[in-house]
Design a protein around this ligand. Structure first.
Ligand code: HEM
Length: 97
């Protein structure tokens, strides 16, 4: 129930954790069939930079793995941002050899 005058914040990112839409939605799975995800929004306000962001991400990760093939996590999990709007890491310590 939402009471009169109560504030409702919509967390778009929560939609991609919907177990009815994606099996094991909380598992980080790069191979998942994720058509229809909302990471770049949807509809008329779909992210205009999605193509660029995908290209930049591909280049950055490919270059990182090519230059540092021995890259490994130095801690089990990074430090996550406190924001409820944008999910992301503040810090992720790695070793390079
Ligand atoms: C991984 C990187 C990015 C993510 C996850 C992302 C995510 C999003 C999301 C979820 C929206 C929809 C917001 C809403 O529904 O109100 C959005 C909108 C938008 N994004 Fe991105 N974005 C990224 C990168 C970029 C880049 C690189 C650019 C530009 C160079 C960009 C430009 C825009 C613009 C202009 C809109 C507004 C579109 C509109 O309201 O019609 N984004 N983005």
């Amino acid at each position: 129930m939402i009471g009169r005058g109560e504030v409702v914040l919509i967390a778009l990112a929560a939609a991609d954790r919907d177990e009815k839409r994606f099996a094991e939605a909380d598992v980080f799975d790069l191979g998942r069939e994720a058509r229809g995800h909302l990471a770049f929004g949807g509809g008329i306000h779909q992210c205009l930079g999605a193509g660029l962001a995908r290209m930049e991400g591909t280049i950055a990760i490919e270059q990182l793995l090519t230059r540092f093939p021995g890259i490994r996590l130095a801690e089990p999990s990074g430090r996550w941002r406190a924001s409820i709007l944008i999910r992301g890491l503040d810090r992720l310590i790695v070793t390079l050899d």
